[in-house]
Design a protein around this ligand. Structure first.
Ligand code: FES
Ligand SMILES: [Fe+2]
Length: 439
């Protein structure tokens, strides 16, 4: 398709006197052009090395802070073969434990992903060993029949746990650097969005038949938009994208509410852009300007009327009022961030099959004036197999495609990832992964 250049995205160059997300473009790293071996996606030995050298070394997203607001509230999350119990303490901090009874190895809490309220202690169902909220032994029935006494660990095995950005994070690495150091630029860049003001509206896990990295990759480039999501060419600029690679994490800034330069200007405003206008409180029927000016008009409108809609955009620059500031927190968190909502993906490896993964989909929305906290019901976390639920047209398109990518990667006719400049984030992700695996 011929590329037309009728528009040039005008990006916010300064913060306009506001303290918003930094927009300075990073110099492009020289990461070479070599093939990324396909075995990284298909080989059990590689997956085992990933587990040993990477998954057990990094910080990982556990839950939302508001999943477990009060002392005794707890939730279980899983990563690979491990089950992690996150517990709100009486001093309001959160502790993370291996969710396993140290007697004979039973899972202590059996529910998964579903927040549970107000525990006073945790009692194992097998022989009733009981642990306090702080993980320490509270009761071991017939302790006098253990000549060796209680296990020397004193209770559940804990791990580093901390909070940032309305989320609780944990690490399987006792020597991990502080969370803020690990997150690097992320808090400075994303605190202006105030994720804690957003409420969850959907929480879903779907088992996908692909390697977890195939999913990370699919959201780290816009090159596939023209092929997989042609409807988005009438909604975003998939070509003029600012890609920034930091130490571990990366992002791209992608303009929404515009036409792709790949398409001819339509005779009327495309429905997805009308949707953007209505979302901002504008009436597309009364708009008389150029379709190429709509993005900046939406920005102006939101800036002028956000407060009366109950939205505080004061921390954001104008581009953030329309665009997707799209971040990848290494290794497995993808954030599609907008002024009024955030779509978060957490991509988790299958415990023993590199051809499968768990795709966690979380939607958050910034409430407006109409929002009634009394009426609000948190969504139940639901778990599905591939194809059992819709995640919306765009994600469904990706979900349909990925198992075919995984099958292809297992073919003798495929050697590895042949990446172009539009796929720089994927190369950067692999560089970070390599650094972990070489340690
Ligand atoms: S395995 Fe938990 S009390 Fe025995
Ligand atoms: Fe996609």
């Amino acid at each position: 398709m011929k590329v037309r250049r009728e528009q040039k995205i005008v990006r916010t160059k300064r913060q306009q006197g506001r303290t918003g997300t930094p927009v300075r473009a990073m110099p492009k790293p020289d990461l070479g052009h070599s093939l990324i071996p396909k075995e990284r996606y298909t080989c059990r030995d590689y997956a085992a090395r990933e587990w040993e050298k990477m998954w057990t070394k990094v910080w990982l997203l556990g839950c939302r802070e508001d999943d477990i607001p009060n002392p005794g509230d707890h939730i279980v999350t899983e990563i690979g073969p491990e089950s992690i119990l996150l517990v709100r303490q009486t001093d309001t901090s959160v502790k993370a434990f291996h969710n396993v009874c140290v007697h004979r190895g039973n899972r202590l809490v059996h529910s998964l992903h579903r927040p549970q309220e107000d525990a006073k202690s945790f009692r194992c169902r097998y022989h009733s060993w009981t642990y306090g909220l702080d993980g320490r032994f509270a009761d071991i029935p017939d302790l006098d029949t253990f000549p060796q006494g209680a296990p020397h660990c004193g209770g559940l095995k804990s791990m580093p746990c901390d909070s940032w950005g309305s989320f609780v994070w944990f690490s399987l690495n006792h020597d991990v650097e502080p969370l803020r150091d690990y997150l690097d630029i992320i808090p400075r860049h994303l605190d202006p969005y105030h994720f804690e003001r957003m409420v969850p509206t959907r929480q879903v896990t779907v088992e996908w038949d692909c390697n977890w990295k195939a999913s990370v990759d699919a959201f780290n480039e816009s090159y596939h938009v023209q092929g997989i999501h042609p409807q988005l060419l009438y909604y975003l600029d998939d070509l003029d994208i600012q890609i920034d690679c930091y130490e571990k994490h990366n992002r791209y800034l992608i303009a929404f509410g515009v036409l792709s330069p790949r398409v001819i200007s339509p005779s009327e405003i495309p429905p997805p852009i009308k949707h953007v206008m209505r979302g901002a409180g504008m009436d597309p029927a009364s708009y008389e300007g150029s379709v190429y000016d709509i993005r900046s008009e939406v920005q102006k409108h939101k800036r002028a009327h956000g407060a009366e809609q109950g939205k505080d955009y004061s921390g954001l620059n104008n581009d953030q009022l329309t665009d997707d500031y799209h971040y990848m927190i290494f290794p497995n968190v993808t954030l599609n961030i907008h002024a009024d909502d955030m779509m978060l993906f957490r991509q988790r490896p299958h415990p023993d099959d590199p051809n499968k993964m768990f795709f966690d989909y979380y939607m958050f929305e910034l409430p407006d004036n109409e929002f009634d906290r009394g009426e609000y019901e948190r969504p139940q976390h639901r778990q599905y197999r591939h194809g059992e639920t819709s995640l919306g047209l765009v994600i469904n398109q990706d979900a349909y495609n990925l198992p075919f990518v995984q099958k292809g990667m297992n073919s003798a006719g495929y050697d590895g990832l042949w990446l172009g400049d539009q796929e720089l984030r994927i190369r950067h992700f692999h560089k970070t992964l390599e650094i972990y695996l070489e340690q």
